[in-house]
Design a protein around this ligand. Sequence first.
Ligand code: RTP
Ligand code: MG
Length: 148
Amino acid sequence: MEKTFLMVKPDGVQRQLVGEIISRFERKGFQLVGGKLMNVSSELAGEHYAEHKERPFFNDLVEFITSGPVFAMVWQGENVISTSRKMMGVTNPKEATPGTIRGDFGLTVRKNIIHGSDSPESAVREIGLFFSEQELQDYSKLINRWIY
Ligand code: RTP
Ligand code: MG
């Protein structure tokens, strides 16, 4: 089953949107297989955002993601990588459609509430950066026949 890495960013945690966000993905039918409230070190932030190293906003990005606890999660389900990106809305909340997480809760591109892997390669890489094998659960057999 496809897996993705989602993370409520420090603004989402401070604004107490963790439950709301988990609830949206649960109601959709996706399955939470790992989750933890944690602090992101500068080293981890640098690796996570390595693709943006040369961008002018890179330092800002690292400063923001390390500024307070995040809620890191792994979710699974059919097409979860691209469907969760649609549920998040586009990067800039100013352009995000109402009904999406960023469209409903965000105002600026820097504080856009949530991160989600953008491809199967990113998902594998990011899950590996944030979670060990032992932190991921496998209980899908119990619920799948009601969804698929
Ligand atoms: P994310 O990685 O956080 O899920 O967001 P994304 O794929 O939608 O966007 P991405 O291009 O990967 O950018 C990562 C984060 O950098 C911040 N950003 N700031 N022009 C700017 O100042 C700018 N552009 C991007 C955003 O917080 C974005 O989520
Ligand atoms: Mg991205």
